[in-house]
Design a binder for this molecule. Structure first.
Ligand code: AR6
Length: 177
């Protein structure tokens, strides 16, 4: 893997990168999907730090991000962000999803992260259309990393076949990754 943006099919908890991103909820207290998998694999140290953050700032708003240890996982950090719940009437959903990616990367830059793995935020329990979400994710990541050479590699970790083939297609059409 030598491209700056890459894709990987599998489980994000196993990734050997500086930071993995969690598709959390505003409570920061864990849940299902990738959030559940990350807390299970990382162990109780992650929830302990999430509770401290909650006590300090009352959770995490949609589109924002916070950082904790990755506990027992190979990564150093988990960056917890909250994507929007999809609904036709949620006019801000696209912008909030872009914010979730950009604020996660900004926090990564502040914490000297060079390699980072993202799940397909909001495309599971929050029902965001996968093709629209992938376009937003790729566009946002490209914009941010073009300004931050410190980020050597961004990996989109796709758990399901549909997301994997959407990302494969979108990235293969784009040069300069
Ligand atoms: N590794 C990588 N991706 C995964 C994994 C994994 N181990 N497990 C699931 N995915 P979701 P959301 C993919 O539902 O839609 C939680 O309860 C999955 O296939 O985890 O943002 C939170 O607490 C999908 O493509 O997150 C929130 O309440 C993607 O991760 C809510 O779900 C995101 O699916 C957040 O919903």
């Amino acid at each position: 893997m030598n491209r700056r943006i890459d894709i990987f099919r599998g489980d994000i908890t196993k990734m050997q990168v500086d930071a993995i991103v969690n598709a959390a909820n505003t409570s920061l207290l864990g849940g299902g999907g990738v959030d559940g998998a990350i807390h299970r694999a990382g162990g109780p140290a992650i929830l302990e730090e999430c509770i401290k953050i909650r006590n300090r700032q009352g959770g995490c708003k949609v589109g924002e991000a916070v950082i904790t240890t990755a506990g027992n996982m190979p990564a150093k950090y988990v960056i917890h962000t909250v994507g929007p719940v999809w609904s036709q009437s949620n006019k801000q959903a696209n912008e909030l999803l872009a914010n979730a990616y950009s604020n996660s990367l900004k926090l990564a830059v502040e914490n000297q992260v060079e390699t980072i793995a993202f799940p397909n935020i909001s495309t599971g329990i929050y029902h965001f259309p996968k093709d629209i979400a992938a376009e937003i994710a790729i566009k946002t990541i490209k914009e941010i990393i073009s300004k931050h050479q410190q980020i050597r590699q961004v990996i989109f970790v796709c758990f399901d076949d549909e997301n994997y083939s959407i990302y494969e297609q979108l990235l293969s059409y784009q040069c300069g990754n």
